[in-house]
Design a protein around this ligand. Sequence first.
Ligand code: DX5
Ligand code: ZN
Length: 218
Amino acid sequence: MFELCASILAADFANLERDMRAANAAGVDAFHIDVMDGHFVPAISFGTGMVRTMERLTTKPLDVHLMVEKPLDFLPELEKLGVKRVSVHYEIPGGPEAALRAICAAGMQAGLVLNPETPVESALPYLAQISQLLLMTVHPGRGGQVYLPGSNEKIAAAKSLLQGQGSNTVIQVDGGITPGTLPGAYAAGARSIVAGSAVFYGNIYQNVCALRSEKAKP
Ligand code: DX5
Ligand code: ZN
């Protein structure tokens, strides 16, 4: 399994339709949507109103990354919009348990996100609920950052943890993915790759081809 998710945060919002259609045509597998509330992370990106607009611009699955303190408030609207997958942070106040349960109950796929400093073992109590473990490979909150050193080792540790538990949860990585960093992440065990700047800055078609061809190399 391999999927490339285009992170819309890096799109040109003045030309959102153009950029999403271009990424769609270039063959991305899904769109990754970063919702930020200004509390869990300092920045505010957009809310469910914008997700509604994005949903109209593609037929590809939507992969929503909630960088918010109160994910439960967002779920009913995301469910209505037919969102495929919603990921919530381990680090939120009160922990992710209630949100993960609500995501599953709504028939969406649940993902658990770990910040760079959160150990992979933190995911253990939630493995039965999650279809995706999202490892942040930058500090959450903004695009265009550099892939953190040690990320590949963390991906490998997550992979062996999952294998040891007999779990088929997919490892997703988010942040600093380029044609240069993707092969290491893939080799370490990441199978869902989020890329923002590396998709939307410059020629979107060529960018998507470059990312895909890096994955294809032995
Ligand atoms: C960061 C976001 C990422 C971001 C990635 O908090 O979760 O999805 O858009 O951007 P790039 O690929 O530019 O590092
Ligand atoms: Zn993200």
